[in-house]
Write a protein that binds this ligand. Sequence first.
Ligand code: NCD
Length: 315
Amino acid sequence: MNSQSTPDRRRHILDLDDWSAEELRTVLTIGTQMKDVLARPVKQVPTLRGKIVVNMFWEDSTRTRVSFELAAKALSANVLTVGAKDTSVKKGESLVDTVRTVQALGADYIVLRHPHSGAPYLVTQHFRGSVINAGDGRHAHPSQALLDLFTMHEQLGELADKKIVIVGDVLHSRVARSNLWALTTMGAKVTLCAPPTLIGPASYWKATWPNVTISHNLDHAAEGADVLMALRLQHERMEGGLLPSLREYTRRFGLNAARVALASPNVLVMHPGPMNEGVEITPDVATGPRSVIETQVTNGVAMRMAMLYQLAGVN
Ligand code: NCD
């Protein structure tokens, strides 16, 4: 799916499937500049002064929603956030109706989180401004992948040939899919690790990302890893019966101190949040010396500023 408006100017950010390494590097550089802005006593620049950003969150979210709000405010935009509960969606209004209403009210940017894969692509057909995908179904979550990329790049430098292990509910994870695009484009070696029921056939993944490694054994996968990224078990997207028991899952696929010790001494422990502590990650590892989980949250604001900045001027 193509999110370019013209070859040299992007109007929307829907996924990272059509991003070049050069474009990823540019957004990382802008992210560093935005992080500097956020370190100043006055954490604001005028880039989006007079522009209206509408966050439409049709699915629960804490960090992504708040992070987009802070990012838009730091760029001086007027921001409002609406959820399905606050709108006429309850009265049967469709997503397209809501988009048309928001457009008539003058919105320049829509940041959309939606439970259905592909929803942001539909919005682009009915909205004259820019659309940013803040997570659609199990399909894509580009802002999370960009903040993850930024955090890895900041701590590890060049990512070419780095070993990145993504462990957990890969099958239902939009974070894993967008991370695969960004990381493979930067030349990293990605291993997806999960029980067979939470990952599906290797051929499914290799058809899109031929160099990805599929593993069902975390003790093997963790060896020498530069990054161990745990994913949340997505109960809301599971049809049930995918796991024998949570305890069995934790025993075989949970990130714990023993598994972190198998990785590189400089390994980064990551998690997009929200965490089920004690299930996919132990509390000591989540807050331990190798964890950059809080840094991910902090970097999220700078990277979402960078994304809005890259689209500025198109509208
Ligand atoms: C992720 C999401 O919503 O896709 N969280 C997030 O954006 N911080 C991952 C998840 O829900 O497990």
